[in-house]
Design a protein around this ligand. Structure first.
Ligand code: MCA
Ligand code: AMP
Length: 501
């Protein structure tokens, strides 16, 4: 595969150590804010004023002070489940500056999904916008905890010494199912976040002149680690939309002379389908990730925009791994080559193995899972992380051929079949169930439940109602197929791959 150095301009002499030289993102950000306090940073639709770097610095300092005064201390976990707003980012960055470990949660999670996270990480606080989610968190917590909305409406107090976190301290615990099993928390340390962010900032030539149209959820690695952290580390600016709407995206891009757009393939599908993609032609760079971008869609969107969409490959546990080049050929159907600092190799079965300063070093309190996902290096270097993705080196570019992990990706959100099966199986009309992904042009895949009925089988609508308190809506089956029996192997295990689509 092409070496990561190929991402850098020839004059840039850089070693992997330089990726973590700043120590932590918090240190790098505060230096920038203090150097250029008047720099524009965030704009929210409906607000006619930009937030400046200096205002963001003081607002995040104030939140750090409030959280400290409320009794939170470094290393405490804070569940953070908020929509995309500047207040939410102030709360997030304020918590990091106070040395707290932020646990992002999807704002569409049901009670069961949130309770799992709360039981697992034992938070001391939660920053949450939805009242029902706040109540579920309170119910699931073992003891009292501080619960506030994204405005962090708590008494002010002296923040004391903030920004004291070190590179090895945990910054985030992000829930993902990894290659198998129940959702577990990937612990990302400050140095992981810094290395991954430095890599994309350098590879994509992100500069203070750049302006991003940000419309991804902020509670996942794409919108948070790439969109928010990248904007802050580049000293750039972003228009922060509350969600994705193709018209709002092109309007924001035009009104605010944006230069960057990041999206998942479903967003590009909708931009192409509405005929709005050509209105992104003035942007410097459009990036796609989180799910495979088909060659056809790549071609369609790139033609409409007038420049090639840049596809890249990431993961919650590692943030960004590989990218097509900024300069040079962006090859459809590939995710490019390793980003700065990242090593990639293939196991004998084709599984993609990774290592680098961006890669996490374990799941929260899951020693067995950690034993499974790391492979010792025989060169004395870092352990290799098993991604559960299958790939190959096609003429220097990484092609993702499939997955060894059981994962459905719908609109960029991950769905684990086992989790959906466990819920659907408890419906009285279901004797047995298996869940698979059915290809969809718009969503990439949609969730399909193959049901062996026990009486009248449930419809899609009935299942949606049935799973309202247990599954976020993107995990609920969109198709139900009734079958007489499920295919099983000699050991009696269901072979999902034989179910068809
Ligand atoms: C919303 N719905 C979905 C999805 N999103 N169903 C299946 N899959 C989805 N992804 C539900 C809604 O709740 C609603 O359900 C119904 O579908 C129709 O909603 P619609 O308005 O069409 O959808 P939307 O609200 O416009 O959302 C589509 C979206 C969104 C904008 C594409 O899914 C999205 O923001 N995706 C980005 C995900 C992402 O950031 N992934 C990064 C993970 P009902 O009718 O029941 O109300 S991080 C990662 O993967 C790594 C690190 C990486 O490489 O980046
Ligand atoms: P998550 O667990 O949400 O971090 O999702 C990570 C997974 O998304 C990866 O392991 C891949 O399976 C998939 N993924 C991310 N980016 C791409 C891409 N550009 N092409 C194909 N799959 C991708």
């Amino acid at each position: 595969m092409r070496p990561w150095r190929d991402h850098l301009p020839p004059e840039r002499t850089w070693s992997a150590e330089d990726l973590t030289a700043a120590g932590t993102l918090v240190r790098a950000w505060t230096r920038l804010w203090n150097d250029r306090p008047g720099a524009l940073l965030w704009l929210e639709p409906g607000h006619d004023r930009w937030w400046t770097a200096g205002e963001f610095e003081s607002a995040t300092r104030r939140v750090a002070g409030r959280l400290r005064t409320a009794g939170l201390t470094a290393g405490d976990r804070v569940v953070w489940s908020t929509g995309s707003s500047v207040a939410s980012l102030v709360a997030h960055v304020g918590a990091l500056r106070a040395g707290l470990v932020v646990v992002p949660a999807n704002t569409t999670y049901s009670e069961r999904e949130l309770a799992h996270i709360v039981t697992d990480v034992r938070p001391t606080a939660a920053i949450v916008d939805r009242d029902d989610q706040a109540e579920w968190i309170r119910r699931a917590a073992a003891g009292p905890l501080v619960i506030v909305g994204s405005e962090v409406d708590l008494p002010d107090g002296d923040p004391g010494a903030i920004d004291g976190v070190g590179p090895d301290d945990p910054a985030l615990i992000c829930f993902t199912s990894g290659t198998t099993g129940a959702p577990k928390g990937a612990v990302l340390r400050h140095r992981n976040l810094l290395a991954a962010t430095e890599a994309v900032v350098a590879a994509w030539r992100w500069s203070p002149e750049d302006r991003l149209v940000h419309c991804l959820p902020v509670f996942h690695a794409h919108g948070l680690g790439v969109g928010v952290y990248g904007t802050l580390l580049a000293g750039a600016s972003a228009v922060l939309l509350p969600g994705f709407d193709p018209t709002a995206v092109v309007q924001a891009a035009a009104d605010h002379r944006a230069t960057l757009f990041f999206g998942v393939p479903t967003m590009y599908h909708r931009l192409a389908g509405t005929g709005l993609a050509p209105r992104l032609s003035h942007l410097r760079l459009c990036v796609s990730g989180s799910a495979p971008l088909s060659r056809e869609l790549h071609h369609q969107v790139s033609t409409a925009i007038g420049s090639a969409v840049l596809e890249r490959y990431g993961m919650t546990e590692t943030l960004m791994n590989a990218s097509n080049p900024y300069d040079g050929e962006r090859r459809a159907g590939t995710v490019g080559f390793p980003l700065p600092g990242v090593d990639i190799r293939f196991a004998t079965d084709g599984e993609i193995l990774l290592r680098g300063p961006n890669v996490f070093d374990g799941y929260w309190e899951r020693p067995e899972a950690n034993d499974e996902v790391f492979v010792a290096a025989d060169d004395g270097g870092r352990d290799w992380f098993r991604t559960g993705d299958l790939g190959e080196d096609a003429d220097g570019y990484l092609v993702i051929r499939g997955r060894s992990k059981e994962l459905i990706i719908s609109g960029g959100f991950n769905v684990y079949p086992g989790e959906v099966e466990d819920v659907v199986a408890t419906h009285p009309g279901v004797a047995e169930v298996a869940v698979t992904g059915t290809p969809s042009e718009e969503w990439g895949e949609v969730v399909t439940a193959w049901i062996v009925p026990d009486g009248p089988p449930p419809s899609v609508e009935e299942l949606a109602e049935f799973s309202a308190s247990t599954l976020a809506s993107y995990k609920r089956p969109r198709l139900v197929r009734v079958v007489d029996a499920l295919p099983r192997n000699a050991l009696g295990k269901v072979v999902r791959g034989e179910l068809g689509t």
